[in-house]
Structures are given as C-alpha cells and as structure tokens.
Design a binder for this molecule. Structure first.
Ligand SMILES: Cc1ncc(COP(=O)(O)O)c(C=O)c1O
Length: 392
C-alpha cells in the first residue's frame, strides 16, 4: 500500500543540491579523485579536550536518564558566560537562552513558532536554503531581499516596498554569510534594529559563522547593538566554531518571548539533547579558546592560498571577509549549474551552483575551503586547464 504524504510535506522546497551531490558520489564510487568543494562540512576533527569531556560525561549514569526539558542549567549558564566574554552581551540563562538540536533545527522551528498561514517573511537571496523550509512548514510567504555585490551582499532596506515592510513579521539574516562570505558591521545591525522596531519585525540572526572573521576583524553579534534583544534573537551553533557538526548542538539567545515560544514547541517535539553532549558543549564554550584561534588562522590561510591561485589564473573575485566560503562569478556564457557541471565532469572539482541559494545566486558558484591547501591549489590548477578565464 502507498500512503500519500501530507500537503505540508508536498509544500516543502525542492532540495536543489541533491542531484549534484549524487553525481559527486557516483564519481567517487567509481574511484575518480574528486576535489569536493561543494559542501559546508568542516573537515577538521573536534578538539581533543572536548572529545575527552564527552568521553568522561558518557560515564555519568545521571546522564543516561532523560535530560531536563529545556536543557541543563549548566549549559545555559555557559552560554551566558560565552556571550559576556566574547561580545559583552549579558543574558538571563532562564529566559533568554534555548538549547537546540543544531542550528538547523532552530531555524526551521522559528517560523512555525511565530507565524500564521499567509504571514510574510523577509529572506536573504542568495541565502541558506533551510530558511525556506521553516517558512514552508508555517505555510508563510517569502519576500526575498536581494544581496547584491554592489551593496557588499547586505540587504538594501530602502529597496523594500512600504507594503512589504508593513506586512513582514519575521526576517532572517546571516553574517558572516553563507554563501557570499560577506560580513556585517554594527552600523548595519543598528539599521536593522531601527527597521525592525518601526515595523515590528522579529529578526533572526543566524550567527553560524560567528567565529570565522578574517584580517583581524571579529564579526559582531547582532545582540551587541542597542535594542536588538527587543526585536530579535541570534542562533549560534557549535558546528563550525568547534568542528562539532555531527554532535547536533546549538542555542538561540535573545528576545524572551521568542525563546519562550521555541522552548514551548520543543517541549512537544523532544526531550532535550543528551546531557553528555551538553556537558561537552559547556567545556567547548568555557575552556581555552586557542583551538578556535587556530581554526580561524587555518581558514584564513586557505582563503589566502585560494585567492592568490585564482588571481593567477585570471578568475577575478573579492576575497571573503569571513565564513569558509568563497563566492565567485561564473565565466560569461554559463549558468551556475552549467559551470558547476562542467567543473565536475571535466576536471572533477565539485562546487555549489549559486542558483541553489536563490535567484540572485545565479551567475555565481560557492567554493567551500574545507580541504587542505595542497588540494585547494590542485583544484585551481585543474580549473586553469579549462582555459576559461585569462581573457575574461
Ligand atoms: C548559514 C548556516 N546556518 C546554519 C547552519 C546550521 O548548522 P548546524 O545545523 O550544524 O548547527 C549552517 C550549516 O551549514 C549554515 O551554513
């Protein structure tokens, strides 16, 4: 018997990257040496002291029981210590912190928490596709905010119509940005808070790449700006900062009413994250941060190697200021998908076609610098052999 899935599931956006990643796996299965720069999966292991903390915590029988609903107090306090230390932001562990099963879970939960059918959400384009999934689950409507190169990939709020601003209930932002590698300033966040206050829009700042800023500039937290807590929340994941993508641990911080809505929905969906993972997360947030500094240094060095190599072959692009992605224009005459297919088929280099991040991603590809420098150089050498750039 075949059971038809619900309209809710049918309403979910198509996963654009599935076809391409199947193709990559096909090549790999056949033994082809693919350099995969198409994904966002950190390549380094979790730092030793965090793994050790987990090993110790697994031995604790108290953690074999259900975790407390809404997470361990010690982790929420560690989150507050982290935000105070890193950003000078003071948070209430009971009211302004929610523990999440990874950032993705939080991002997808928020629209159903706050929106009713037909409500309007402002979404960056290009942007991380999981924002669309939550919007679809809430049966809400997206209004895209184009992120243009001439605006340093920040949305231009003046370009949004008065009607759209009046209707909007929620806005997603993400800096350092996936896929463009752009960063935001506190001035931009202040402009965002002013807009959100005037039009009563809830801002969700996805700070997944918060730790990864280059050239000596630390990416600001949205919550560092006056009035931010009044209009929004920030989602912080341990996936990138501490190479803990497989552990599924993140948190939301900020506006009390939004945190409370997330906690309420999660009360119905889950008990909280395995307490041993929560303990390891506490260790990550509160003990030595030298692993983070080393990681950022490594990504910056990879970025420099990559930018120098593409410059040499005539592929012109601005250097990303943060994240571990580079966002590059495709040569004339190609769509982003054609170009990504060409690189994969001809020289076995996988990149993510920009179109998968939204209409305004067309004309670009995203390169994830998640392999060692030798392989990054090799990837650019392979691309050079196609002779596409010298005269562009
Ligand atoms: C922009 C952005 N936000 C959120 C996430 C979610 O990360 P996680 O679910 O591992 O916390 C990712 C992961 O790739 C991301 O790129």
């Amino acid at each position: 018997m075949y059971f038809e899935s619900s309209n809710l599931l049918k309403n979910l956006p198509e996963q654009f990257f599935v076809q391409l990643s199947l193709k990559v796996h096909d090549y790999v299965r056949k033994g082809v040496d693919v350099i995969n720069l198409g994904q966002g999966n950190p390549d380094q292991p979790t730092p030793r002291h965090i793994v050790k903390a987990m090993q110790r915590a697994v031995e604790n029988p108290a953690y074999h029981k259900y975790s407390p609903f809404r997470g361990q107090k010690f982790l929420k306090e560690a989150v507050c210590t982290f935000y105070e230390r890193e950003y000078g932001v003071t948070l209430d562990p009971d009211k302004e912190v929610a523990i999440l099963f990874g950032g993705k879970a939080g991002l997808v939960e928020i629209p159903p928490c706050l929106l009713n059918s037909g409500d309007t959400v402002l979404v960056p384009d290009p942007g991380y596709p999981d924002y669309w999934s939550g919007v679809a689950l809430a049966n809400a409507k997206m209004e895209m905010m184009p992120l243009l190169q001439e605006n340093h990939f920040l949305p231009d709020y003046d370009a949004l119509s008065e009607e759209v601003k009046q209707k909007a209930k929620l806005m997603f932002l993400n800096y350092p940005n996936n896929p463009t590698g752009a960063t935001a300033t506190k001035e931009f966040f202040q402009e965002t808070v002013n807009l959100a206050t005037k039009y009563e829009i809830c801002v969700v700042h996805d700070f997944a790449y918060g730790a990864i800023g280059f050239d000596g500039v630390k990416p600001p937290s949205f919550l560092q700006v006056n009035g931010a807590k009044d209009v929004g929340i920030e989602i912080y994941t341990l996936s990138k900062t501490y190479n803990m993508a497989g552990w599924r641990i993140a948190f939301a911080v900020g506006n009390e009413s939004v945190i409370s809505a997330i906690n309420l929905l999660q009360d119905h969906l889950y008990v909280s994250v395995f307490s041993a993972v929560q303990e390891a997360a506490k260790v990550a947030l509160t003990e030595s941060q030298s692993c983070v500094h080393e990681l950022v240094h490594m990504y910056e060095s990879r970025r420099n190697v990559f930018m120098e190599a593409i410059h040499e072959i005539g592929w012109k692009s601005e250097a990303p200021k943060g994240s571990f992605f580079a966002w590059l224009p495709v040569p004339k005459g190609y769509t982003s998908l054609d170009f990504a297919n060409l690189l994969l088929e001809e020289v076995h280099v996988a990149v993510a076609p920009g179109r998968g991040f939204g209409d305004y991603g067309e004309g670009f590809v995203r390169v994830g610098l998640l392999t060692e420098e030798k392989r990054i150089r090799e990837a650019v050498k392979r691309i050079e052999s196609l002779n596409l750039f010298k005269n562009s």
